[in-house]
Ligand binder design. Structure first.
Ligand SMILES: Nc1ncnc2c1ncn2[C@@H]1O[C@H](COP(=O)(O)OP(=O)(O)OP(=O)(O)O)[C@@H](O)[C@H]1O
Length: 259
């Protein structure tokens, strides 16, 4: 059964068609990479999956349910987590622990902490905060961020900021994690480190991963399936060993290195 699927998706920004009749199905347990040149529509598709962009046409199904009109925070609650290309300005001023705790809020059943209730009776409020902190601490441990947990995110090197964003998304206990270029701007060593976490997230935690990535050699090593986008359309899909060697795909990259 398909875990998350977009069907005949069309997105336009003014005169620009960012996605044209795109259908993409993500199977559970896989690492599904999305590649393509700049402006191909990769981030737009992640935004459609996570609910930040509503498609003009088409629908999004999650575990067989139509979620096309469901808001991003609700999608996070039902198991669709995501990271962003850039760390948000808000998160930059918070500590690592605080940022990861905001992610954990999504995994708590009733995450709206009711100030009124907490003023009357401290029990539920503190239990929830404790639960949130526990989830955050677990994820911080998993991502090996312990020594940085009280550091302000904006003061950390870029590679660590990317790790914090992955940790924030993981704390929401997603069933599927949408990673938007988690390795861009990282050093070779940091990229290898991030690749290791992605494998662990998938194999150890059992989380399905959708990975938007420019580095084709990493995709070759990591992904079970790769979808290639060009000018808003999906032009190829299949196992990386087959797809990334095709002449057609190479020409879509217009001279960019393939494997
Ligand atoms: N908010 C927006 N307003 C206007 N145009 C947009 C917006 N977001 C994306 N676009 C346009 O839609 C097209 C697809 O963009 P998108 O960011 O999805 O591509 P991408 O494949 O993720 O590229 P990159 O690899 O550079 O991140 C591009 O032409 C882009 O300029």
């Amino acid at each position: 059964m398909v875990l998350l699927g977009g069907y005949d998706i069309e997105v336009k920004f003014g005169g620009v068609t960012a996605l044209r009749d795109v259908t993409l199905e993500v199977l559970p347990g896989k690492i599904h990479a999305i590649v393509g040149p700049n402006g191909a529509g990769k981030t737009t598709l992640l935004n459609v999956f996570s609910g930040f962009i509503k498609p003009r046409k088409g629908k999004v199904l999650y575990q067989g349910r139509d979620i096309t009109r469901i808001k991003p925070h609700v999608r996070a609650k039902i198991g669709i987590g995501r990271t962003f290309q850039k760390t948000s300005e808000v998160f930059k001023h918070m500590t690592v622990l605080e940022v990861v705790m905001t992610g954990a809020l999504a995994s708590i059943k009733d995450s709206v902490i009711d100030i009124f209730t907490s003023a009357l009776w401290h029990g539920p409020y503190f239990r929830k905060e404790e639960e949130i902190r526990e989830i955050a601490e677990e994820v911080i441990e998993f991502m090996e961020l312990y020594e940085y947990r009280h550091r302000i995110v904006g003061s950390l090197p870029y590679g660590l900021q990317k790790k914090v964003d992955v940790a924030r998304a993981l704390a929401g206990k997603p069933k599927i994690l949408l990673l938007d270029e988690p390795m861009s701007g990282l050093t070779r060593e940091e990229r290898e480190d991030m690749a290791r976490y992605i494998i662990e997230i998938n194999k150890v935690l059992g989380i399905t991963v959708v990975l938007v990535e420019h580095d084709l050699s990493l995709v070759y090593d990591l992904a079970d399936v790769v979808s290639v986008f060009s000018f808003g359309s999906k032009i190829a899909e299949g196992p990386p060993a087959e797809i990334l060697k095709s002449e057609y795909v190479a020409s879509a990259y217009m001279g960019k290195a393939t494997i």
